[in-house]
Design a protein around this ligand. Sequence first.
Ligand code: SAM
Length: 483
Amino acid sequence: MDKNTYIPENFIEDVKTYLPEHLNLDDFIDHCQKPLRLSIRVNTLKMSVDDFKLEAKALGWQITPVPWCPEGFWISRSEEEQANLPIGNTALHLSGCIYVQEASSMLPPLALRSEIENMDTDQYAVLDMAAAPGSKTSQLCALMNNQGLLIANEFSSSRLKVLAANMKRMGVANCALSHFDGKIFGDYMYECFDHIQLDAPCSGEGTVRKDANALKNWSIESNVDISDVQKSLIKSAFLALKPGGSLVYSTCTLTPLENQQVCSFLLEEFADAVEVTPLDDLFDNASQATTSEGYLHVWPQIFDSEGFFIAKFKKRHSVEHHNQQQKKGAFPFEAFPTKAQNTFSSYLKKQFKIKQLPGTLMQRDKELWLFPDKLADVQNKIKYARLGVKIGAIHKNGVRLEHELATAFGHLATENVHALTEKQAVDYFQGKDVRLEKPTNETGEVILTLCGAPVGLGKWQKAKIKNNLPRDLIAQGQLITWV
Ligand code: SAM
């Protein structure tokens, strides 16, 4: 029990006005003071759920499946391990095989799962309008199996950097990042997206179990202010959605001001063009958290999780929009010349036996990038902060590969791949060269793996592998092992 959790009286008074009859206020307050269970999601772009179970068993982790997410698990580790090795410094985390994600926050992408699985995967474009730090973006990319296109937008520049770093660690390859107030999408990308996720900025009332001070500045006035932002975002999202597409709106807050009332605004604004898709059968027992409208209002005590709200809508037909805008300015990339492409492809084949990279090679000055093919439809609609995967730097003698080529496409390599031991992996993530057990005759670049997943690039040098880890990714503290 965390008795330091700050729960203001006026917040409790407000909750009393909308707590459903079947729930109990004391139970709610008790759960707000109870620490959260640690949960992770397996990143299936890097590791299968079965392999994760084997790794967890070998580590002595007790795992309990999250009932609504096949890739989600609550984890308990020994107290010593927990104290000596933060989960973020474990091999499973550093390799991008897992993402620490609260169990209820796995629900919004799952609400789009059936749509994603029923579409021709490389043909769709999805928008994640408020994306950082990227737990749900990477979950969507994994559901999309790195196909099609996901535009992940974030308004805060510092959080955009974290989003970019997380996408690299998770091996995401089908993403473009943008840096706008989400309210521009309706005007600039009118009816461009097959599906949209809006995990809106909110007052975070549901996060009090993780952050004892989450309610420190709570007030109805700030709820109202945030709901105005949410209304402008949900309207923009609906305009940006293609007819027939689905929009999932979510928050990690409890007040109807930021949840049901934002949804009512959407329903009123777009009348017969929008309908609610009820979520009562999203998973077994979902009905315990379903509202009369068909939304999921996950109170912390229902599933012993963070508080969350999720609503899903379908766009039944196109809507009129008279304020469509067009971006000015040229697209700053050009095609990578065919001859250079052929030389580069031959190199990848020879060195790594990589037959083909999925996407289109594009160049900007001396930078070489791989764009998801689907990007071509929308590449000129807005200015992007980052497009696809940075593959390398172009030199007169060829291309010097970038770290990200390995994290996103290293799994395609069958030659010049080296599986790091725990000791080697510690050295690698601390930025040191990797000492080999026996000298090697191999030469050139090598892809390094950990837990079976590609984590970076190095260069064979007889008795060692020269470390190419970017400096900003060098990790400190206790890494990978704790005994
Ligand atoms: N979806 C994220 C995840 O699962 O990791 C969490 C998103 S968080 C609830 C909301 C995000 O919206 C914050 O990163 C915040 O910086 C961003 N944001 C705030 N105002 C915004 C706006 N007007 N347009 C787009 N994003 C905004």
